[in-house]
Structure formats: C-alpha cells, structure tokens
Design a protein around this ligand. Sequence first.
Ligand code: SF4
Ligand code: SF4
Length: 468
Amino acid sequence: MTDIKKQLRANGLGVSVHAKDNIVELSLLGTAKPLIAREILYKALNGLEPFFTVFIRGMPFCFMPDARDHILYRRRAGFHILPGGAGRSYGAIRQCKACALRTLCPGIETGSVFYRELRRTLRPVLAVPNEIVFELTRRCNLACRVCFAGRTGGGQPLSRLMTALREARRLGVKDVRFTGGEPTLSRNLLPMLKAARALGFYTLVNTNACGADSVLLDKAAPLIDNVLVSLQGYDAASESRAAGVKGLFSRKLANMRRLRAGIRAFRLGTVASKSLLRNFKAYHALAVSLKADVWEIYRPMPAHGGTGRPIFGKETMTAGSEFDLKAADMKRLSAAIAALEPGGPPSPGLCRAGPRVLLANPMPLCLMPAAERRNLLGAAFDDGHTRLVHDPRGFFKPSYYIEERLGDGIEQAWNSDYMRALRSFSWLAPRCRACDWLLKCLGGSRFQAAAGGGNYFGNDPWLPKERA
Ligand code: SF4
Ligand code: SF4
C-alpha cells in the first residue's frame, strides 16, 4: 500500500485510507495532469477494488465513465450538496443529452480543467448498455428448486440472434453473455460465440456445467473470456437435492476443472439458502479447491415480481422454504464472508488464499457495516441499470426476472418508458440521494420493490426503516 500511495501522490493524486471501514479515498488534486492521472487511477482502482471500497473525488462521472460508481461528484441540490456552495457555476455539455446520469449530475464546473480543456474528449455515461445477455433457451437439464427455467421451451432462430448481436456491435456494446435455461443445450451457442468473438466482444457464459460433453466444452472454451458456473451444492448429495437430478456431480466437477483450465475468468454462483448458511465452510472449501476467481452468492428472488404474473414455476421464496431468507440471514452471510479474512483485506498485490467472495443481486448496501460493503456487488448489473436481457421469446427486458417487454431492438428497449423512468432516479428514497454508495447500491432491488409493494419504483423491502 505504501508504494501505491507514493506513486499516486507523485502524480498529483491524494490518498486517504479509512482502515476501520476498509475505505480508500482517491482525489485529483490541482497539480495533477488529468489525462495521466486518469490512467493511473484506473490502474489503482483495479488493484484496490478487490480489497477496499474505493471512492474518487474531484472529477465528473464522464471523465472516468467506467468508474462512475466510485466517483463522488457533487450532484444537484436534493441529490447532493454542491461543493463550495453557491459560488460555483456548472454547465451542460453536448454529451449530457446521451448521459444516463444527467438527472443526478449538475454538469461540468465551468471554471474547471474539464470544462476549459477536456470537454470535447469526455464520454457520456452508459449512452448504450454495457452488456447484452442472450437467454438462448428456456430448456434446462436440471430442475433446481430456485430457478425459473423449465425442461422445455425453445429460443429464437439463429438469424434473429445474429441481428441483435450486430445491433449491439453497431451501438458499441462491449460485453455479450450467453445463458439459458442451460445454454449448452442450444445449438446456437457455438455459432453465437464464434460471431461474438469475430466482432470483438468480451464474451461471458453462464452454465451449470452438467449438460455439455467435453467436446463441446473444448470447442467453446477458447471463445469464452469469462464463465459463471452455478454451484447448487457442496457435494453430490446436496447438489442433487438442490438441482432435482441425481448422479451428475462427478461430471460437473470434471467439467468445472476443464473450464477452469481453459478460461481466463472462472466464477461460481450460488443462490443463498438455509443450506448455504448451515454449510458455508463446506461450500467455500469446494470453491477454493476448484480454484475459482470469484464466488458470487445471490439474494433469492421471489416467485412473482409483484406484477401478478408468476415468474418461477418451482419453490422459491414461499414462506418457510429453503430460500425464504430474511435481511438478517444476509447479514449473517456477509459477516461469514468478512470472517474469511479475519485481519481485514490482505495488502493489494498479495494473493488471496481463495476466491473473492461477493454478495450479488441488488440489496441495500446499508444493511451491512461499512467495512463489509466492499463484498457486495450492488445493483449495477441488474434491473436494467447497465445491461439488457434478450428473452427467448424475442424481446428485450431489464433483467432475468423483470419480464417487462421493453422492445424488439436494443436502442428501442434502452430508450423505453421503463428505462427512462429508471434513469430519472426520481424514485430514490431521500436518504439514498445523499448516500456515497448510491451509484453502486442504486437503492436496492427494483424487482424486490415490485414483489413487496407492486411497484418497481417503490422501496426495496429490505431498505432499513430509518432510510426509507
Ligand atoms: S451529465 Fe454531462 S457533465 Fe454530467 S457526467 Fe454526464 S456527460 Fe458529464
Ligand atoms: S443508496 Fe440507499 S439503500 Fe443504498 S446504501 Fe445508500 S442509503 Fe442504503
């Protein structure tokens, strides 16, 4: 850490560490050369983020759009207090029209280097989604108690998927992900991966690693940058209980090892359950033995989205079920994750003993102590905040669970009424507007808000009462 601090300070960047809360604050000082400082900041962020919550001060979001959730930029009154009070003036620039944060942002301070020298080079935040998720099929070879997929259900013809892929390329989307159901059961997986690779996308695949034969995996692996394998159990018995199918665990283990060896980023994902709470150490030991880079633990989603339409066909969060977890249960999980590093995070640059363990799916970050919030992914990847999901029925929706038909094309969906309402941020609870974690947390889950109160733009039911 001392070396990182020295390098940052030598380049006009301020560093302060709040060890108790595992927070590092970086700031651009007046002496910095902004373009050089930005390169260094991105590198510092990559090194520090696995260990700390990192906040960055002294720049508008559009100076580092890929780090927007770390930037504490003083937003319009009502969302945040402007720095220096009334003495400063802010102006919109051309890019603001396309910027997803324009309702939070006051514009660029007109006396600043960003306005005087850099305003033509700034990029709007999320003018298009970062990622398109293709649900290639609804079909799955497992019957996981917590999942929405079924044994049947087709997908879109390859030609329609290719049209959507080309639209994503034309718009400048960076990542594409293939999922299902179980995507290895779709004959479109390999051609889509090949096309995505040829078009220069970063490619991700979600799989249960039980369905594919080794030949398919060997063909697919070189085309995948990042794989996420669902880990339902920690041994053969718990896996077959959760997945509803017996006798596949040894095949799954072999396939996971094959994927680990062939793909750069290897992640595991488990829906939180009472079994996971009871057997956390056994699950973690398996994740360590599989040499996973990341193990994500998901907040369970209820069987309906509050819209009156059933979403899941199986057991999910019915009262008293395996997946009926309360906020207190997630707090216990968060504490168990923190306890994996009893002395706090290891120094940046040193290796972790096992995978990075994260709580995923949106939930209010303020449920957890500040020191544990570095282990929460927040809402940025869900609810439509940064990505769209292509449903097997041929339309785009905001997330796996939110079954709103936003449109048949990416541009149409990204500019639909739901997405405009989402980006208005007018629905945020008053406390959220002034919260430093806002752009990571985004006030919790829109899906859970609908499940709890019938309205996507209400409060997440887990929002602590004093913050509502
Ligand atoms: S609203 Fe405008 S000034 Fe603010 S981050 Fe977006 S592009 Fe930059
Ligand atoms: S944004 Fe809102 S819900 Fe999230 S941590 Fe802040 S106050 Fe809590």
